[in-house]
Design a protein around this ligand. Structure first.
Ligand SMILES: Cc1cc2nc3c(=O)[nH]c(=O)nc-3n(C[C@H](O)[C@H](O)[C@H](O)COP(=O)(O)OP(=O)(O)OC[C@H]3O[C@@H](n4cnc5c(N)ncnc54)[C@H](O)[C@@H]3O)c2cc1C
Ligand code: SF4
Ligand code: SF4
Ligand code: SF4
Length: 386
């Protein structure tokens, strides 16, 4: 039976969905992240399937050296709803047109969480658009993907890198020639518990939340903001002023396993890697960045096939890997655990939602800002905070 306490667990839930005796379920832990819990241990038949499918124990995956680097964007006007250049959106759209299904992350405002679902209709595609800076609950999506592949239906899976490795480990006995995968660059996935506390705090201030966008382009792509629509008003906050984003950018709110992420580096499992081309102005000052620019690595032949089908729907230009990685070094390397992490975790467990968020709002705005300005303690290593 799987050790549910081990540090490298990515919270994918593969152990829970594979267990024939339904011994395991996924719960939100004391730290606020999805973790497996053995709740019917006496029914265990010792089949060890839970260990066999666990990506953190065995990575049974084809890996490829990172492929050619590009930057680009969708020519479709819908790109505004995407976080970067909308390449993930265009690929998903063409995949659906060709009769495939697409799996990706959807925000559930009512339940204050993000989960993966499978869609087969273009009208549903908007739900997948946009980065949701919260760990995504996979539920039984891997089982549905397996069923589709067994019926010979092409599947496009989009997710963070560890989810791609986990899916491929889960499907190790299944023919994967019709499985296509896109990973988003990932410097860490914020814990769902912190997101819940944050939204509860915002609702005490502004009433019922109706819509939430982590990457509004209202002030431009490289001046991103959070847009929150409440019953009575709209709140728009730039990333550098938003407490939820500060906790994420300074690496306090991410899952504990992300500090020692096993899925960074030059070896990739996904067919395509997509991110933001931060700092593009330095290399290609002629590019109009207002609508967003995607950074792209095409890692496999399947990745090439996908792009061949996009003819006329995107603009894509070759560039150098180092240019993309200059401001995205977390794609290949881990960072240190913040020095205040133990205190942050203790406070998360001890303090109620509003008090916890208020405390860190104050701390970030005063002390951490100063530390950042004087480039003290590596605070300048924060993600996407100017
Ligand atoms: C947690 C997280 C951390 C990130 N960190 C970085 C980073 O350090 N550097 C960088 O350049 N880019 C990062 N990104 C990726 C970036 O924000 C864009 O998602 C990416 O460039 C794709 O943009 P797009 O316009 O092509 O996609 P869009 O059309 O906006 O589609 C977004 C895609 O991302 C997937 N997705 C959204 N939220 C999640 C989630 N929570 N879990 C799994 N999949 C999700 C959706 O399924 C969808 O396919 C991160 C994204 C996430 C979710
Ligand atoms: S060993 Fe088998 S029965 Fe026991 S928890 Fe794991 S998957 Fe379930
Ligand atoms: S990594 Fe996934 S399969 Fe492994 S223990 Fe964690 S939730 Fe279960
Ligand atoms: S940092 Fe690594 S372990 Fe954490 S969510 Fe991203 S890919 Fe997964």
């Amino acid at each position: 039976m799987i050790d549910t306490e081990f540090k490298e667990c990515i919270g994918c839930g593969a152990c829970a969905i594979i267990c024939p005796s339904k011994c395991i379920s996924m719960k939100i832990s004391e730290e606020g992240e999805y973790r497996p819990v053995i709740d019917r241990g006496s029914d265990c038949i010792n089949c060890r399937l839970c260990e066999d499918k666990c990506v953190a124990l065995h990575k049974i995956v084809d890996v490829h050296q990172i492929g050619n680097a590009y930057y680009g964007w969708s020519v479709d006007s819908d790109v505004r709803n995407s976080s970067s250049g909308g390449i993930a959106y265009v690929i998903a759209k063409s995949f659906l047109k060709d009769g495939g299904v697409v799996s990706g992350a959807v925000l559930d405002v009512e339940n204050k969480c993000v989960f993966h679902k499978i869609i087969s209709r273009e009208e549903e595609l908007k739900q997948l658009q946009g980065s949701k800076y919260v760990e995504s609950y996979l539920g039984d999506v891997f089982i549905k993907i397996r069923e589709n592949l067994e019926r010979n239906v092409p599947v496009l899976f989009t997710g963070v890198p560890c989810q791609i490795w986990s899916l491929k480990t889960f499907l190790k006995d299944v023919k994967q020639d019709k499985l296509f995968t896109i990973e988003v660059f990932c410097h860490g996935a914020p814990r769902v518990g912190v997101f819940k506390k944050y939204l509860a705090y915002m609702e005490t201030k502004y009433g019922k939340l109706k819509q939430f966008n982590f990457r509004s382009k209202k002030f431009g792509w490289n001046n991103a903001s959070y847009q929150m629509k409440f019953a009575e008003r709209v709140v728009q906050e730039k990333h550098e002023n938003n407490i939820y984003h500060l906790m994420f950018g300074y690496h306090n709110s991410i899952r504990t396993n992300c500090y020692s992420c096993q899925y960074r580096g030059y070896e990739r499992s996904a067919d395509i890697s997509l991110g933001d081309f931060w700092g593009i102005e330095k290399f290609y000052p002629e590019v109009d960045v207002r609508k967003g620019v995607s950074a792209v690595f095409i890692n496999t032949e399947k990745g090439e096939q996908i792009f061949e089908r996009l003819h006329g729907r995107i603009e894509l230009y070759q560039c150098k890997t180092e240019e993309i990685l200059e401001k995205n070094k977390w794609f290949i390397m881990n960072y240190d655990i913040p020095i205040n992490q133990k205190k942050f975790d203790k406070d998360y467990k001890k303090l109620k939602g509003s008090i916890f968020i208020k405390k860190y709002e104050f701390l970030y705005k005063v002390w951490y800002r100063i530390a950042h300005k004087v480039k003290f303690l590596n605070w300048n290593n924060a993600y996407e905070i100017k």
